[in-house]
Design a protein around this ligand. Structure first.
Ligand SMILES: [Ca+2]
Ligand SMILES: [Ca+2]
Length: 415
């Protein structure tokens, strides 16, 4: 639930307040597209080709062929029979019209089947039933009916309501007498939902990563497009200006107009930089929420018990920081920050702000400037912002790598 809500809500808010309402709308529209395709993938329906198979009978070839020709194993993997006909890369039963025959397929991942696609490559139309096997090895009918596929190669493609059980094994039954000649099957795709609760944290991380990557790409494109537009506007303006300047040829050219233009463009560029910073800022906040999820949960479930415990933890993480064990110190200080930052107690909030500042230092010394600046901002917002605190930041050698950064200078301005 949250995995869809968090990015969707946060990303929509990214564009609120932007002066470029039209463009925001278009970006939002594209983002919705991105989310929809991501949703399909999520709901989606895992698609698999079989990795092993057996059958009621197999055409044994007569003499010279490869042993595996026409065997059930030929129905494993992706389709590899591209032309209609009696091809050894598809499964064929022993007899062409020997009554009921079945092909049993096993897949790598257990899913709740929702759709099956049978790639038929010779005399199609003989499939009459598709079943799934439950945990007790009982067969349940998933689909039963008339195979309406008339194309070869072609697919019998059937969808149905997923059963309650998940399975890796399905069985395709054919009435080989119903369609004359060998009824050959090249491959069978099983499509279905992974059973609830089997998605791993890694899957979620992967999904989030994909969304962020797509959004970042989209934002970069958008920015390039806006810059290009401004460039064009600039060209237009400048070419329009020349004839206007000529009549007043006696006088020195009026620098005021040009200056004004240049200033206007500089202002627009600064505005774009500002917007970009805001967007990246929000994106990093989303990412941070995911990356720190475990720490946040730990802080919520097992917060330090009392002032004494806080002091001790703080000391421990500070020691790690001094020992340049930044991974540990960052994790620890984040834990304290998340545990204490919304406390009612001022003293506790002070610890939270100092912890956030120490996270910033840890990142700065690990050469992660972006995260460091994020945490500097967090610490300032959390209350690490007295005149004394700012004096400390200016002198703290931990932050030396940040001194020339635009965001740093901005945070320090007017302090
Ligand atoms: Ca037949
Ligand atoms: Ca095949």
């Amino acid at each position: 639930m949250t995995r869809r809500l968090i990015p969707a809500v946060a990303l929509c808010s990214l564009f609120v307040g932007s002066a470029r309402a039209e463009e925001s709308r278009s970006i939002r529209h594209d983002l919705r597209g991105i989310f929809r395709s991501q949703d399909d993938k999520e709901q989606g329906l895992l698609k698999q080709w079989a990795h092993s198979a057996k059958a009621s009978s197999e055409f044994d070839g007569q003499g010279e062929q490869d042993e595996e020709d026409w065997n059930a194993i030929q129905a494993c993997g992706k389709p590899d029979t591209e032309e209609d006909g009696d091809q050894a890369t598809a499964w064929a039963s022993m007899d062409p019209d020997g009554g009921e025959e079945w092909l049993e397929l096993t897949y790598k991942h257990e899913i709740r089947p929702a759709r099956v696609r049978v790639h038929e490559t010779f005399n199609p139309g003989a499939v009459v039933k598709i079943e799934g096997q439950d945990a007790e090895k009982k067969w349940h009918v998933l689909w039963k009916g008339k195979d309406t596929n008339e194309e070869s190669p072609g697919y019998l493609d059937v969808s149905f309501d997923p059963p309650a059980f998940a399975t890796r094994v399905i069985r395709v039954t054919l009435d080989t007498e119903s369609v004359e000649g060998w009824n050959e099957i090249d491959a069978v795709q099983l499509i279905g939902k992974p059973p609830a609760g089997t998605e791993t944290a890694q899957d979620k991380e992967e999904i989030k990563k994909n969304i962020l990557a797509m959004v970042k790409k989209r934002l970069a494109e958008e920015r390039a497009r806006i810059l290009e537009q401004i460039g064009k506007l600039l060209d237009e303006e400048l070419s329009r200006q020349k004839p206007a300047d000529k009549p007043s040829g006696d006088k020195p050219p009026a620098p005021a107009a040009g200056d004004k233009k240049a200033r206007e463009i500089e202002r627009k560029l600064a505005e774009l930089d500002e917007q970009r910073d805001e967007l990246l800022h929000d994106l990093r906040a989303i990412k941070r929420g995911t990356e720190d999820a475990k720490i946040i949960e730990d802080a919520r479930k097992n917060p330090p018990e009392d002032g004494q415990a806080i002091q001790e933890e703080f000391q421990e993480y500070f020691q790690a920081h001094t020992d340049e064990e930044f991974k540990d110190s960052i994790k620890g200080f984040k834990r304290l920050y998340y545990a204490l930052h919304d406390s009612d107690n001022r003293g506790m909030r002070r610890f939270a702000a100092m912890s956030a500042y120490n996270v910033c230092c840890g990142y700065a010394l690990s050469q992660d400037k972006e995260q460091s600046l994020d945490w500097l901002e967090i610490s300032i917002k959390a209350g690490f912002n007295s005149a004394q605190d700012f004096a400390h930041m200016r002198q703290d050698t931990d932050l030396d790598s940040l001194r020339q950064e635009r965001r740093y200078l901005k945070l320090m301005a007017d302090r």
